[in-house]
Design a protein around this ligand. Structure first.
Ligand code: COA
Length: 169
């Protein structure tokens, strides 16, 4: 049975991520979406919120499971009894970072391979940070995320702005 892990921050999950999940679910027998807990990026959403958002947009796919993980990706892949990591490549700018990660992972865990899916052209410019930035300024994010996710991002952006202390000049 071919089992893959699709890891990331998913802060929040975008239509680009959903496209990679749906396509890998057709290629693999089982796909585990691994949501990174300890993130140097200081995520907007807690890991539980990110896991729940992913569950809500992948409920129609029977071979997808969403799990949070901490520590090394290769250890999580082994715990999942998976042998493949799936990553999306949006543009040439992703390539260097992805190559470095996949080669490092293969050195520290030779049995684990990475396969790359080219991101749908429609979403090749998209990132979670862009979605969050537009939401912070009350912009329209409906072209980038599922409607339920859009609602959550806009709510969270509002809460963050309300709690932000005014900057002393
Ligand atoms: N559509 C839309 N956006 C996409 C995308 C797609 N198909 N693919 C990637 N992105 C965006 C994400 O939204 C994210 O945007 P952001 O930077 O604005 O948040 C960005 O690309 C990259 O994020 P992501 O794919 O989530 O990767 P990451 O760099 O946050 O995390 C891990 C990558 C989790 C795989 C890596 O950090 C990891 O393995 N960590 C565990 C520790 C470890 O093992 N380290 C050694 C690795 S060699």
């Amino acid at each position: 049975m071919a089992v893959a892990v699709y890891p990331g921050s998913f802060d929040p999950v975008t239509l680009g991520h959903q496209d990679i999940i749906e396509r890998s679910s057709k290629i693999m027998d089982r796909v585990i979406v691994g949501v990174l807990k300890n993130n140097s990026k200081s995520p907007l959403f807690s890991v539980e919120e990110r896991v729940n958002m992913l569950k809500s947009v992948t409920g129609h796919l029977s071979n997808i499971e969403i799990l949070a993980f901490d520590g090394l990706l290769v250890d999580f892949v082994r715990q999942c009894h998976a042998d493949v990591i799936v990553r999306g490549l949006r543009a040439i700018t992703d390539f260097e970072y992805e190559l470095q990660m996949s080669q490092t992972n293969r050195v520290i865990s030779p049995g684990i391979d990475t396969i790359f899916l080219t991101t749908n052209l429609k979403y090749s410019y998209l990132s979670s940070s862009i979605v969050k930035e537009i939401a912070m300024y009350h912009g329209d994010i409906s072209a980038f995320v599922d409607p339920d996710i859009a609602e959550k991002v806009l709510e969270k952006a509002k809460a963050v702005k309300k709690n932000a202390r005014p900057v002393n000049k």
